[in-house]
Design a binder for this molecule. Sequence first.
Ligand SMILES: C[S@@+](CC[C@H](N)C(=O)[O-])C[C@H]1O[C@@H](n2cnc3c(N)ncnc32)[C@H](O)[C@@H]1O
Length: 353
Amino acid sequence: MKIAWRVDPPRPIRYTRSGKHSSTHNVRLHKTERRWYGRMKARYLSLAPFIRWRTTERPVPWTDVFGRDAPLEVEIGFGNGEFLIRHAQEHPERDFVGIDLEWASVQRGLRRIAQMEATNIRVLQADAQVAFERVFAPQTLHRVYSLFPCPWPKERHTKYRLFSRTFLRLINSRLIETGEAQIVTDSAPYAQWVETQVPGTGFTLGSEPTLLRFRTKYERKWRAQGQESFYNLHLTKHQHLPTPLREDVPVQTHRIDHFDPEHFCPDNVRGAITVEFKDFLYDPKKQRGMVWVFTVEAGLTQDFWIQIIRKRDCWHIRPAPGCAVVPTVSVQHALDLVRDVALEHTENSFGNS
Ligand SMILES: C[S@@+](CC[C@H](N)C(=O)[O-])C[C@H]1O[C@@H](n2cnc3c(N)ncnc32)[C@H](O)[C@@H]1O
């Protein structure tokens, strides 16, 4: 079976508005990549504000990224980026990081940032919890805010609500001593629920109805339905509660002396760590197998390829080069499972590398 190579996600290439690109590396693009980046350029104008947090240094050195040491604010769930960009333009003396889970939001945000030529904004596509655990160093943020976060109104969906006690403690740990957080919501039950989460998080809560206008898509949506006043939860840090950074795990690759692709059939594992095997491709000419894996652990979902490749007299099992993998226990687990299944049909192994 021939290997079907995936088109890799963006490389660190910067597009200027004149359409020329410059790069931190001298990269020669393949014609497929040139087409791909051509489309990117047309749609997003510039990828420069997009931080590929999975493959860059973590925690991200924001002063290097912005090229200055300015107060740093984070907007969680920036949606189409309207408020983020307006707010950043009103405060050129501060730097801003927008986080959103959805690639569609990131696209819209990047387009607006380029159109407004804002230089003090960067965006991350990430789950906010994961970003706060890994991307922001303790006691570095001045302000964190979120406008109209998903309220998950159904009782059985409470577990998906973002501003839980655990997450508020995490935010606390990333804020400077005088830092503050703000959550604005249209939903009374959600506001009440957040209030119950605040005790024990090192924040003092101020809560009042607000007539303030943020002019975001969701604010317009609720106003169009007749809601004039929203719930403004203002959290002031009064005590520092440390939550350490979640560190990368050194991932151990494997070597085995035999590999039989005909009998390679790993089983999925589900639990606190989930590993799902989605596909297996094998190229007999190049003696290279590719296993497509999904892993899930503590809010972090990853999807990547594991390569089983023959080099000299043994087979190497490792994440395929070019995959943006955050080295974690679930990645190690996936590598171990691949090795164990491969070994089921062999006798001798060289052990770990
Ligand atoms: C209801 S929309 C509000 C968007 C915008 N703030 C507004 O007022 O129009 C919620 C946004 O939060 C994002 N979001 C939801 N859960 C998230 C999470 N765990 N981490 C980061 N963003 C999240 C969604 O993708 C969506 O863009």
